[in-house]
Structure formats: C-alpha cells, structure tokens
Design a protein around this ligand. Sequence first.
Ligand SMILES: C[S@@+](CC[C@H](N)C(=O)[O-])C[C@H]1O[C@@H](n2cnc3c(N)ncnc32)[C@H](O)[C@@H]1O
Length: 223
Amino acid sequence: MEQEVYHIPALLDETLQGLDIKPDGIYVDVTFGGGGHSRAIIQRLNGDGRLYGFDQDADAMNNAIDDSRFTFVYSNFRFLRNFLRYYGVESVDGILGDLGVSFHHFDDPERGFSFRWDGPLDMRMNRNATRTAAWYVANYTEQELADAFYLYGELKTARRIAAAIVKARQESPITNVEQLLAVVKPFINPRKEKKELAQVFQALRIVVNGEIEALSDFLQQAL
Ligand SMILES: C[S@@+](CC[C@H](N)C(=O)[O-])C[C@H]1O[C@@H](n2cnc3c(N)ncnc32)[C@H](O)[C@@H]1O
C-alpha cells in the first residue's frame, strides 16, 4: 500500500543543503512525523549510512521507512543521547528538528490541536502523557495561564484571556474546543481572528507538551 504522505516537507532543499549529507554518515531526524524529510535524507545515503527517526507520537510509527538503514525511535527527543547510546551511536553527522505539530495533528478533530473544529481539548502529541489541554485549562492558576498566553502565544490580551477562563471554569468545566472558543473569542481582534486563535492554541500546546523543556534538553545533548 502506498505510504500516507502528510504534507510537503518544510524547506526541504534548504534542510538538505544545511545537513550537507555524507553518503556514509549517521543522521538523526528528531521530528520524524510523516517522514518526508527522512525519506529525502535516506535517498542520499549509501549502504553504510544510517538514519534514526524520533517521534513521540505513536501515529508516526505507521510512516516508518522500511529500510535496514533506518531506525524509528518512539520517544521524545529530549532522550536523544540515551537512545543513541542504546543503539551504539556516540556521534552523528547531522541532526534535523522540524519543531511543532504536523498537519496530521491539525487535521484530526479528536486530537484537539485545531480551533477549526470541535473536539476534546487534548493537544497531547504523546497520548500516554497524563495531562491534556483541558487539565491545564482547569488547573493552571490565572497567573500561569496568563504567562503561557503571553510567553508562548505572544498575546497582548493574555491577562484578560486568563481571567476570563478562570471565571468561566467556575461556572462550568471547559473540556472541548468550542467551549474554549466561546470564552476567548471576545478578546480576539476579529480582523486577526485566525492568527490570534492560532496563538491561543499554540500557547496551550506548548504547555501541554512541555515543548520548551524538551527543546532545551535536546539542544544541550545535540552539542
Ligand atoms: C512538523 S512535524 C514533522 C514533519 C516531518 N518533518 C515530515 O517531513 O513529515 C513535527 C513532528 O515532531 C513530533 N514531535 C514534536 N515534538 C517532539 C518531541 N519533543 N519529541 C519527539 N517528537 C516530537 C510531532 O509528534 C510531529 O510528528
């Protein structure tokens, strides 16, 4: 069966240029996703080259490349060093990170990443993680919510959105996308609605997935 392709990989030519691939090198794609970048990398390797593809979303495993030079690692990339050691790799020739979520995530209402359709406020890339976006919306303090919307969503209205969430959740729980939209929309500029809603969702997603902490751990190990 033909492999599902999620989308055209972002900045593919630039990525390949930046990696400057040696045919017998060892490469790591820490955000494997649909495998678009990885497929292009493996095409440039010879029989001695190796590619490791990390993803914390089990769905990405369905796209794993059927090739003896490829290893799929079902893990957060914050454990990069441990897993590479496990596979006997002490140094690599190049690492690619295409951060964030994939189109696959945005297109699935059940995952709750998109404001375009209703669904549970989930937003976990790793569905074994315990805390969903609904948990943070219910349990984060007003200050923590405001900080998240300001720091990770760059929203000037961060404080007002946080206050509105805290007020609304005292009346009834906010567990799905439509309920959250009803609370935050009054603070969104209608002329920039899509952009600002995307910023609200991005902020929550970054919190839910501990993206800043993971990136920090990964970058230190990548050195
Ligand atoms: C933008 S997509 C990558 C798309 C990929 N480059 C392609 O060509 O299909 C990001 C992927 O990285 C994964 N991801 C994000 N943060 C991660 C992390 N900390 N550890 C492991 N995987 C992560 C997501 O689950 C998602 O599948």
